[in-house]
Design a protein around this ligand. Sequence first.
Ligand code: HEM
Length: 222
Amino acid sequence: MKTIFLIPLAALCLIIGAYPLAYLVTDGKFGLLQLKSEAVVSDEWWRLAFYSHIITGGVALSVGWSQFVNSWRQHHPEIHRRVGKVYVFMVCVSGVAAICLAPRSTTGWIAGSGFGSLGIFWLYVTLQAYISIRQGKRQEHKRMMVYSYSACCSAVTLRLWLPFLLSVLRLDFAVAYPIVAWLSWVPNLLVAHAINSRPVKKPPMFSQVPQYQSSTETEGQS
Ligand code: HEM
């Protein structure tokens, strides 16, 4: 990925990735928890899903961008594999927890269906990415990981779109929140699709290198 895009992306992902810590240090008197009914907040299962979701989601977001740094991936393939496994594990926990949280989303079913669809999509493409690399399908792995991280970055875009809808367009929260549950990820998906639709530049040696051996030499063309 080009440095000009990567640096602001990494900065945003690290900041938003650390944001769940605010819930831990404020002992539950913060953000979304203040909007929830007592019945929801006091539900042990909901709390388990909520804290699992935000902590593992924060880790996935904080580490995921580094996997797109071509030089790191080429020079430290072992670190790429380990960080990738951490990312996939965090997505699995955070995604399942998000799907559990979605039906009780603030403002109702439109927001809930937006987050629920996102959670299913995030899990699906991440697991596809993992399965494809285990099968040695590197290009498919890259394509699926671009989709996966675009979904992960909805945590960032949500927190950019929401203030825009509330402060610039002056929408009520009850209107803005269901919109943002979709707006946070559908445009990201289109960007990911555009990235994945670019022609793949193959180095001259590519066809001679078996896919399962080529993790360091032939990657880094996107
Ligand atoms: C990409 C798939 C994701 C889905 C489907 C998803 C879904 C959800 C849902 C359903 C809620 C509860 C909303 C409500 O009750 O109104 C929520 C809240 C939250 N999520 Fe996620 N989320 C995702 C990714 C992430 C990531 C990567 C982070 C990392 C920072 C994150 C951090 C949070 C936080 C901090 C909250 C509490 C609300 C707030 O303070 O803004 N989520 N998410």
